[in-house]
Write a protein that binds this ligand. Structure first.
Ligand SMILES: CC(C)=CCC/C(C)=C/CC/C(C)=C/COP(=O)(O)OP(=O)(O)O
Length: 258
């Protein structure tokens, strides 16, 4: 199974409209319920890290009513998660990551509470990205990299680039400063609802990930949708391993000589 799975949970409002729910927020409610189900499935599939796009910084541009309702939903659900028995039983560490200062103080408090209540767990991690965009994450990492002492911002990574002062900063440095640190890079990124875009989500961490776009709306996702995505990832990985094997071996050259 992939170590790190990322999910863009798209299509909640369309689901609400299509199913005659009273408001968009009812779609988000169903979306949250699906997230809890997906967390169980990830445990069954032995996925170690699940990172989900819960709220893009762009989502603040939605109507006041929807943003307010989403924030209230987040506050309630994050508070419930802090004392959720199955979460504790399965030792899931929950982290809320992004521009946390943009969240209302009640949501921040609820986020702090669940992070503190689960901070000792190491078996699984659930990263809830809100409010988040990759560009902001990279800017903030780059700023911290530039202002930190050179000793905390250098490494022996192969991708190191000397800066104007001759100091080396590298790929590994930047990864350490991302919200998802110290989690490994994303192996598989799944987006629901038929949109084939990344929408500024984990563009750095998922730069080498397999991307799977599903036609199903997020609240309607089934275990089989997720399983089929994992199987596609396995096929991508197997194909890549074979390609590397052929490139690294003399099979083709030897065959030509024969
Ligand atoms: C942790 C927590 C409280 C999670 C909340 C639940 C949840 C799944 C939030 C996702 C919110 C969101 C903007 C989804 C995208 O669908 P959309 O609204 O863009 O739907 P559309 O594409 O049909 O318009």
């Amino acid at each position: 199974a992939p170590n790190h799975l990322a999910l863009i949970m798209d299509g909640n409002r369309r689901y609400a409209r299509m199913h005659g729910l009273a408001s968009a927020v009812d779609g988000h409610q169903r979306g949250f319920a699906k997230l809890i189900e997906a967390l169980e499935w990830c445990r069954d599939l032995d996925v170690k890290v699940l990172t989900v796009y819960a709220f893009s910084s762009e989502n603040f541009r939605r109507s006041h009513a929807e943003v307010d309702a989403l924030m209230k939903l987040a506050e309630t659900k994050l508070s419930q998660l802090a004392s959720d028995e199955s979460l504790h039983k399965r030792e899931v560490r929950v982290r809320v990551c992004g521009e946390l200062h943009l969240l209302p103080s009640e949501v921040r408090r609820a986020a702090d509470a669940v992070m503190r209540a689960t901070e000792k767990y190491e078996r699984h991690t659930l990263n809830i990205m809100m409010p988040y965009t990759s560009r902001e994450e990279l800017w903030s990492a780059a700023r911290r990299c530039a202002t930190s002492s050179s000793s905390s911002c250098t490494s022996s990574s192969s991708l190191s680039v000397p800066d104007e002062c001759g100091e080396e900063s590298s790929d590994a440095d930047l990864s350490r400063l991302l919200y998802t640190a110290p989690n490994p890079p994303v192996d598989l990124l799944v987006r629901t609802s038929g949109e084939n875009r990344l929408s500024d989500f984990l563009t750095y961490q998922a730069s080498d990930a397999a991307l799977v776009f599903l036609d199903v709306l997020w609240p309607a996702l089934t275990f089989w949708d997720l399983l089929s995505s994992v199987v596609r990832w396995q096929a991508f990985s197997a194909q890549r391993r074979w390609t590397q094997f052929y490139q690294n071996s003399n099979v083709v050259a030897t065959a030509k000589k024969l």
